[in-house]
Design a protein around this ligand. Structure first.
Ligand code: GTP
Ligand code: MG
Length: 178
């Protein structure tokens, strides 16, 4: 029969990586060009039907600014899932994402379903070949990193909506069916 699953989900990642934008896209189908930096954290919920289950995501959109780092455990503690977000055009944001993965693997729920989202995929422009080479290298690195650390990787765009619902869908499919 049908199962109802409540799943706490946390988004973590560098300032400006696009955490709030991904949530806004997923929950409200909107995108804001000048999204304000999150203060503390913000809460949202959204329900998804997947196969035999209805998953209600309770979403904590955390603030990427370093001064809020100490709050993060409140949001990832007990979380069933995490989306670690980086900006595909920003190497430093990928380095920050790796730190989050380390922290979650050390302190988080060991059964947590984790996704690595390479966001702002719309910024990959085939016409600017040279500028994009480093971005492509970073994408390959992110894919390899995700595979090595047991996350699944997706390129997303909150702007175009590419792969946004899919990330949440993949997570929903991977949640343990109690
Ligand atoms: P903090 O709350 O400061 O941690 O940042 P955040 O990770 O929530 O980033 P936010 O969603 O606020 O996005 C930062 C900026 O990037 C905003 O101006 C967004 O419009 C822009 N942005 C977010 N996602 C995308 C995307 O997929 N493509 C493009 N081109 N811009 C994006
Ligand atoms: Mg934000």
């Amino acid at each position: 029969g049908n199962k109802n699953i409540n799943a706490k989900l946390v988004l973590l990642g560098d300032v400006g990586a696009g955490k709030s934008s991904l949530v806004l896209r997923f929950v409200k189908g909107q995108f804001i060009e000048f999204q304000e930096s999150t203060i503390g954290a913000a809460f949202f919920s959204q329900t998804l039907a997947v196969n035999d289950a209805t998953v209600k995501f309770e979403i904590w959109d955390t603030a990427g600014q370093e001064r809020y780092h100490s709050l993060a455990p409140m949001y990832y503690r007990g979380a069933a899932a995490a989306i670690i977000v980086y900006d595909i055009t920003n190497q430093a944001s990928f380095e920050r994402a790796k730190k989050w993965v380390q922290e979650l693997q050390a302190q988080g729920n060991p059964n947590m379903v984790m996704a690595l989202a390479g966001n702002k995929a719309d910024l990959l422009d085939a016409k600017k070949v040279e500028a994009e080479a480093s971005t492509l290298v970073l994408l390959l690195e992110a894919q390899a990193y995700a595979q090595e650390h047991g996350l699944f990787f997706m390129e997303t765009s909150a702007k175009t909506a590419a792969n946004v619902n899919e990330v949440f869908y993949e997570i929903a499919k991977r949640l343990p069916r109690v």
